[in-house]
Design a protein around this ligand. Structure first.
Ligand SMILES: Nc1ncnc2c1ncn2[C@@H]1O[C@H](COP(=O)(O)OP(=O)(O)OP(=O)(O)O)[C@@H](O)[C@H]1O
Ligand SMILES: [Mg+2]
Length: 382
């Protein structure tokens, strides 16, 4: 599926206007202790963000800390946006889509993965399979999917390994990340979003995770969008497209050779022996002590990119739903079919009874394997 977004503005909610009694008291307290509104309030987190992500490709969202990468991902997945005012248009295959449909066709792997540490990989995936496909897939079909994602993500060898909790042996960092993907891709979502899939991993494991994403995109025609911090040169070269954000605006979208060209045009070529990703990010970052100057430079680059041929073509594509036909017709017809199917699918993927039994089984496993937890629970009930 081709995903595009256009005219995306996100700003914090005005607490005075819409906040409850507690936030009003908090704001009043801020004013009393002399904190000015401008100091606690940033106007726009995202300002006219636009972009296009294509099937079979991985798109990396990059930029300095605070540039707005996670906010954009949240907007695109329509999750975690209750405390902001957001507007803009999201299209799939050129068609404007709403939250419900977007949720049906996408999966979001967030930065903090939540697992029950006492379960094994296989138990966790079986549990997720019931919740995600209980209504639509029979038990043997679910089991087939579980085995397939484990094979796809190189987790078969770790099937019976306990996930583990902090301080206890369990999966490695890379395996944990791959398990988070496994749960999400089990239903083969056409769109996959990941926030910092490589954070906390060394460069070898980071490369492995990005390779997994790339293989998924290529083999299954998925459209994958993720944020990433300081990728190594080797990992950076693996990205099909990169989108650089700066202070909530789009500074660049394109492939790596186009990025190199753009930075040359801006008179900031990548110095020899330098990691290009580091160079691109630092040239779009706010420099401490030189904030005003940095902002002028950032805005200049964002404006210049928006007015360049490349920028205009992406903006056009995102704004009009115009497709450049850069992905094959088989991918395009497949994604039309998926979209039509998603429109008719049910919201809850498991029956009430399936949800109840899966959750009870999971609780029993965690209580029996972690006697300490049982003691705490008994203690809490008295
Ligand atoms: N709900 C919110 N209310 C107010 N400000 C917010 C809110 N969410 C994010 N921000 C601010 O918007 C800016 C962008 O945040 P975001 O989390 O998108 O950055 P990021 O690019 O993902 O950064 P990092 O690389 O550190 O994860 C930050 O300055 C952040 O403090
Ligand atoms: Mg972030």
């Amino acid at each position: 599926m081709e995903l595009s977004w256009h005219g995306v503005y996100v700003k914090p909610k005005h607490k005075n206007e819409s906040g409850n009694i507690f936030s009003r008291i908090k704001n009043f307290a801020h004013q009393k202790i002399g904190e000015k509104k401008s100091e606690i309030h940033r106007e726009h987190i995202l300002q006219n963000a636009y972009g296009v992500a294509q099937p079979g490709e991985i798109l990396a969202l990059m930029g300095a800390s605070g540039a707005g990468k996670t906010t954009l991902l949240n907007y695109l997945t329509q999750r975690n946006i209750h405390d902001v005012e957001a507007s803009g248009t999201i299209r799939i295959n050129g068609e404007v889509v709403k939250k419900q449909l977007l949720r049906k066709v996408s999966a979001y792997v967030q930065q903090e993965d939540l697992f029950i540490g006492s379960m094994t990989v296989l138990e966790h995936l079986r549990f997720m399979a019931v919740l995600r496909m209980g209504r639509t897939h029979k038990k043997n079909e679910r089991e087939r999917r579980v085995r397939m994602v484990m094979a796809d993500l190189g987790l078969t060898g770790a099937a019976n390994t306990v996930i583990g909790v902090f301080g206890k042996r369990g999966l490695s960092g890379g395996e944990r990340k791959r398990l988070a993907f496994a749960s999400e891709i089990m239903t083969s979502p056409p769109l996959l979003f990941c926030d910092e899939p490589t954070s906390g991993l060394d460069s070898f494991l980071a490369k492995q995770v990005v390779q997994v994403l790339k293989t998924l995109a290529r083999r299954k025609g998925m459209t994958i969008v993720f944020t990433i911090h300081q990728p190594s040169s080797q990992v950076f070269e693996m990205f099909d497209k990169v989108l650089f954000m700066a202070e909530g605006r789009v500074a660049f979208l394109g492939d790596i050779s186009q990025a190199t060209e753009m930075w040359n045009k801006w008179g900031e070529p990548v110095p020899e022996q330098f990691n290009p990703a580091d160079h691109f990010i630092s040239s779009l970052a706010m420099q401490i002590g030189k904030e005003k100057k940095s902002l002028v430079r950032i805005n200049k680059y964002c404006d210049e990119f928006a007015q360049s041929e490349l920028g205009k073509s992406y903006m056009n594509e995102a704004g009009n739903g115009f497709r450049r036909g850069s992905f094959s017709s088989s991918l395009s017809s497949g994604s039309e079919e998926m979209l039509a199917k998603a429109k008719n699918s049910q919201r809850y993927k498991a029956t009430w009874f399936q949800q109840y039994t899966a959750l009870t089984k999971r609780s029993l496993i965690s209580i029996l394997r972690e006697p300490m937890l049982l003691k705490v629970r008994i203690f809490q009930t008295f």
